[in-house]
Design a protein around this ligand. Sequence first.
Ligand code: NDP
Length: 308
Amino acid sequence: MAAEKKTTVIPFEKLAGWRPARAAYGVAGWPVAHSLSPVMQAAGLAAMGVEADYFAFEVRPEGLEEALKLMQGAGVRGLNLTVPHKAAAVALVDELSEEARQAGVVNTLVFGEDGRRIGHNTDARGFSRALREEFRIPLLELRVLLLGAGGAARAIAFQAARERAERIVIANRTIGRAQDLAREIAPMYLDDKLERQSARLRVVGLDAAALAAEVDQVDLIVNATSLGLRAGEPPPIPAHLIRPHHLIYDAIYNPARTPLIDTAAEAGARACNGLSMLLHQGALSLEIWLGRAAPVEAMRRALWKAAR
Ligand code: NDP
């Protein structure tokens, strides 16, 4: 077995004049040292037999534009973007894929040989693949309660609409953001103005009373809020509202066991964290950069090991 390589972190200050020894890809974030992408993507590149390195670029929010120029100058071919750069990158590309435009966030960047930058979003399809893998049920057959209306939630909402989920309920703390999102997906999701369709796409606040009125008419609950990232935070939905028939997908993967996952287990519901979404969004990035199927199993092994 090949020896595992340590992730090379390149701080912004070292980018000027930096030249990679061979084809280079990477992830830009702040902080970035904790990112699991380098381990996963390096395993993917190696399993594909691609002679390339994958770096972690440490870039503060205000440095992103300059960092992209420097990376492009250095010949970097593709970049993943993580917190806090995903939304800001939208304004720094020449072209956006449909998914990136809809989500309003870019998580995968292609530096074209012609100097053009193309922004993609692989969270939407990554989520769909993860869901099929975890629960073996396509979105088409599910009534979805989506918690959140930020970048991840937007990608998931558009994907649920594209795959014609049976029902979509969007719940968010700031209800106006959920309303905007519902308005955006409505034209592609609702076929006509039949009265019953007002129940097919709904928006509610992220409060116990509003959620209580919905939980018996949903199958899948997705946490796409950041509630659960920090220790001591409550689950995004109160414990007494979780039913044994619910499937729970928490997009958070660090910590691996969130309050929502603990709560779901106590209620007898099936639940999983967002590691599978991370895996598949990363595999889809590799596919975009290299134009062929990614070695998902090799990436999964590396990711699971690093996340343990
Ligand atoms: P955003 O900042 O774009 O959105 C954050 C969302 O969380 C908003 O809906 C926000 O509500 C809500 N929120 C934040 N704090 C609270 C709170 N205290 N109470 C209630 N709601 C709150 O973040 P992202 O969409 O990028 O990420 C959301 C989550 O998804 C994160 O946990 C992230 O780790 C995860 N994620 C996982 C991925 C994976 O591959 N598994 C990929 C991408 C994201 P409001 O609108 O009211 O502010």
